[in-house]
Design a protein around this ligand. Structure first.
Ligand code: CAA
Length: 269
């Protein structure tokens, strides 16, 4: 997600600093940006020169300290409250007081994350969809203290990336994952209970509902660990058993079968 966000920002003309816990992850992100842009070059929608210029606008940042002068930060680390809070706290100490911090969290409370930063009025949710260069939506989530100015700046930024910004209030899973993830979880229950095969369930939803991917293929694409983390946020946040994660989802995550990224999930890759 981070490299996709860097790509759309750089393509809109902005200078981007890209950082990660290891330099090799930044390199991997840059090579993902390069191959994603190459699709457009191959299709004649981007010149090779423009591709080089976009890539040149993304500067690998060796440490958080090099973020001191940025105007806007989008955090896209693993879907874990502590990991996100610790990082955001550290970033808030480095960047200028007026810099807006945004989280690409899929489900974690924006109000809670904001409280780690000491600047809750300049904190917001900016939730991109995967694959970022393709998907039109950015869900923009206002925390309890997010200011109107922060919201307007973030909305304008998303639109300058060529995205459609849709505003929602802070609630577990926001809107996207409150609706999407129970569908995916229910599809996993259907596998668990032997209602139909993985292939049959996906075929029903693709052909019957015109979804581009079946729910199990989509779960593998998102990452089963991410799906489980989101279901846990919904379950804990609403205290409602209708959001309980399917035992089969938990089992796959325990086995390390996380979907596409590990080569195995509901399908083999
Ligand atoms: N970078 C750039 N372009 C890409 C790309 C990438 N990583 N992946 C696909 N594309 C482009 C292709 O170049 C192609 O472009 P054109 O049609 O303009 O030529 C287009 O996307 C379609 O790609 P393909 O023909 O290769 O494959 P496809 O038709 O099967 O589409 C897909 C692939 C766009 C991923 C499609 O299957 C899809 O929309 N899937 C559902 C994705 C989805 O639901 N995402 C949301 C997940 S939830 C989430 O992200 C939030 C969360 O919190 C969990």
């Amino acid at each position: 997600m981070g490299s996709g966000i860097a790509q759309v920002a750089a393509r809109s003309g902005l200078m981007v600093a890209l950082t990660d816990i290891k330099e090799e992850f930044v390199e991997r992100g840059l090579s993902q940006v390069s191959s994603s842009l190459q699709r457009d070059v191959d299709k004649g929608r981007l010149t090779a020169e423009a591709k080089r210029e976009i890539l040149a606008r993304i500067k690998p940042a060796a440490s958080l300290d090099s973020l001191a002068d940025v105007d806007f930060v989008v955090e896209a680390v693993t879907e874990d409250l502590k990991a996100k809070s610790d990082l955001l706290k550290a970033v808030a100490r480095i960047v200028r007081p007026n810099t807006i911090l945004a989280s690409n969290t899929s489900s974690i409370s924006i109000t809670t994350l904001a409280s780690a930063t000491g600047r809750p009025d300049r904190f917001i949710g900016m939730h991109f969809m995967n694959p970022v260069p393709v998907m039109k939506l950015v869900e923009i989530i206002r925390g309890a203290a997010t200011s109107d100015q922060t919201y307007e700046t973030t909305r304008a930024l998303a639109e300058s990336f060529g995205k459609t910004a849709v505003e929602v209030n802070d609630a577990p899973g926001f809107v996207s994952n409150r609706v999407l993830m129970p569908m995916i979880n229910e599809a996993i229950f259907a596998v668990y209970e032997g209602v139909a095969s993985v292939k049959a369930i996906d075929e029903i939803m693709k052909l019957g509902m015109n979804h581009p991917m079946g729910p199990l293929q989509l779960a593998d694409f998102i990452g089963l660990d991410v799906c489980l983390a989101i279901m846990n946020v919904l379950h804990d946040g609403f205290n409602d058993s209708k959001y309980r994660p399917c035992p089969l989802l938990k089992k796959y995550v325990s086995a390390g079968w996380l979907g596409r990224k590990t080569g195995k999930g509901f399908y083999e890759y």
